[in-house]
Design a protein around this ligand. Structure first.
Ligand SMILES: [Ca+2]
Length: 228
């Protein structure tokens, strides 16, 4: 009987220790949990565990480290990422599906000379892609995203840089869905999240209100493409 109680007590102690170790917050009996410091800056500036490796001018580059002078990068449907010095080069990439290249060329050719129609997709974007620009007005370095899922922009070298976004809905059959942008915040401040609805664009994130004040410019950490 005594032995049994002792064992039970030991097990209880061990469980409590595990709890303390795994929770990261030391909770003493009868005390309130110790709040972690209220850090509003985005957490960790360490190198990401899964940096995106892209092909650029015949060599591999680590986008999390540097784009090494590339003007734009495209996430291809195959999952590979290619970076380019010009938009002509980006559009000519044989790994970009033919129907996407065709549709993009047609739209570009149809755009009126001089002033482009307000509704026309911005230069440099391609059909069926989410185009993420590092400057407002669809300018600056450009990341073209295709596949469904969450992209940690740190891995792409684009964290806290996003200033405008355009979603070119070419074929509706593959473009259902929307996107979600997230600014990660340290506990106890909740992450900030916003939905971006297609089709169309957000030409200046300074015009997108940020919860609690300010705007979304240069804040996005996670870009989630939700195609279905
Ligand atoms: Ca951020």
């Amino acid at each position: 009987m005594i032995r049994r109680s002792l064992t039970a007590a030991l097990v209880a102690t061990a469980s409590a220790t595990v709890l303390v170790l795994t929770s990261g917050t030391v909770v003493h009996a009868g005390e309130e949990p110790t709040p972690e410091p209220s850090v509003t800056a985005t957490p960790t500036d360490e190198a990401p565990a899964n940096p995106v490796i892209a092909e650029y001018n015949g060599r591999e580059i680590n986008l999390a480290d540097s784009w090494e002078g590339a003007d734009s990068c495209t996430e291809l449907p195959s999952g590979e990422v290619h970076c380019y010095d010009s938009d002509a080069e980006a559009l000519a990439d044989p790994e970009l599906p033919a129907e996407i290249r065709e549709q993009t060329r047609k739209a570009t050719a149809a755009a009126p000379a001089g002033a482009r129609a307000a509704a026309a997709p911005p230069a440099r974007c391609v059909a069926d892609y989410w185009c993420l620009y590092m400057d407002a007005g669809y300018k600056g370095r450009l990341l073209r995203l295709f596949s469904d899922g969450k992209k940690d922009l740190k891995e792409w070298g684009c964290r806290d840089k996003l200033s405008s976004v355009y979603y070119w809905v070419g074929r509706y059959s593959i473009n259902y869905g929307d996107a979600k942008i997230t600014d990660l915040r340290s506990w106890p401040v909740e992450d900030r999240v916003r939905r971006l609805d297609p089709p169309g664009g957000y030409s200046n994130f300074r015009n997108l209100d940020y919860p609690g004040g300010g705007n979304w410019n240069d804040k996005v950490d996670i870009f989630e493409v939700r195609r279905s």
